[in-house]
Design a protein around this ligand. Structure first.
Ligand SMILES: *Cc1c(COP(=O)(O)O)cnc(C)c1O
Length: 367
């Protein structure tokens, strides 16, 4: 049993949208499907939200970072080590140095105290880039602490919520309005799956325009590269057509994924596993479970292997232990929770469609 089994819309379902691109003979470059998709993504979160569809979340993070700071190369970006590699690789591609901070023991999102310690120990900082870890919404009070730090140190706050489109926080608010910009992925393995794709969401219309410009080579209205050279990071019409189809039934997808995760939690909680706090309304890309020890995790891994069920150990290695980031700016901020989670968390599959026998097969691994 594979760890991921993505379900994408069939081309047949996308045909109605795609026909309009064919009629116009317009397949990329801010076409009408991308515009429609962007506006529906924004509306999904709130009337005041601007959404710029992009080629993938990695590009979205890179552009959001470049669009929100003028800091010269060599500055630091503060981010958790406990995240997917892309959060760190974009920092390097933007010309900055990652400074890694720890996550909180309960909710597993970047710990504001650790961020403060890193900020006070680092000379030149360009931005803060915490994550919605595993796509779950951070507690609103933690997001407010991130924002207060950003304000105190006059830094932009970019939130990597790649796996979290549709996640809801403890105040009932959907992700997409945190920080100066929040970035989502629509990769095949994310809950909102179209193959490759992503979006940058922001309340700041000017920032959205800068991101859109940077995603299109940096062109101004006269096809002149104005302030800053951009990239090609545009979403094309075909992926936008798929995204429009996904949106039609996405609330049902979220509901099912949460139910499947809840079922697995019931099976594993009684066997000594703990779970990310505050994740009840997560989009549930998969289900990370905290085992009681590294030995217990390894035993579960080998039990799963012998029964042909693929499990994963995100995020091990954490970024600060990856060779590409080994020279990253060291603040000496200790990362005890990162080490503990990286050695004890094991991730269980959650698909958009799972029947009872599949869930039972995963649940039976608990003991
Ligand atoms: C998946 C993921 C990304 C990368 O998204 P892409 O769309 O594949 O570029 C970045 N950060 C996090 C935390 C992710 O989970």
């Amino acid at each position: 049993m594979r760890f991921q089994r993505p379900i994408l819309p069939s081309l047949h379902e996308a045909q109605g949208y795609w026909q309009s691109a064919e009629r116009e003979q317009w397949f990329s470059n801010d076409g009408q499907l991308v515009r429609q998709f962007g506006s529906k993504l924004g509306q999904f979160v709130g009337e005041d939200i601007h959404a710029v569809p992009v080629a993938n979340a990695t590009m979205g993070l890179l552009l959001a970072l470049r669009a929100s700071t003028q800091a010269p190369p060599g500055h630091a970006v503060v981010l958790p080590s406990y995240t997917f590699a892309a959060t760190g690789t974009v920092v390097k591609w933007a010309g900055y140095e990652p400074v890694f901070v720890d996550v909180d023991r309960e909710h597993w999102h970047a710990d504001p105290d650790s961020m403060r310690e890193a900020l006070e120990g680092t000379q030149k900082v360009a931005a803060l880039m915490p994550c919605s870890t595993y796509g779950s919404a951070p507690p609103p009070e933690v997001v407010r602490e991130w924002a207060a730090l950003a304000e105190e140190f006059s830094l932009p706050l970019i939130v990597d919520s790649a796996a979290g489109f549709g996640s809801v926080d403890s105040e009932g608010v959907r992700l997409g309005r945190n920080g100066d910009a929040e970035v989502f992925s629509f990769h095949a393995t994310k809950p909102f799956a179209i193959g490759e794709g992503g979006a940058v969401l922001t309340k700041d219309e000017e920032l959205a325009d800068r991101v859109r410009r940077l995603s299109n080579f940096g062109f101004g209205p006269d096809r002149v590269v104005e302030e800053e050279p951009g990239l090609n990071a545009k979403m094309d019409e075909l992926h936008a057509a798929l995204g429009l189809v996904v949106l039609e039934t996405y609330l049902d997808v979220l509901k099912r994924r949460r139910e499947y995760a809840d079922t697995l939690i019931r099976d594993f909680a009684t066997q000594g596993y703990a779970f990310q706090a505050g994740a009840d309304s997560s989009a549930r890309q998969f289900l990370p479970a905290l085992s009681s020890s590294t030995n217990a995790r390894n035993a579960l891994l080998s039990r799963a292997r012998s029964r042909h069920v693929e499990l994963r150990t995100y995020f091990s290695d954490p970024l600060h232990q990856m060779p590409a980031f080994a020279t990253a700016g060291r603040t000496g901020v200790p990362l005890p929770v990162t080490h503990e989670l990286a050695s004890r968390v094991i991730c269980l599959p959650v698909y958009s469609q799972m029947d009872a026998s599949v869930l039972a097969r995963i649940g039976s691994l608990a003991s």
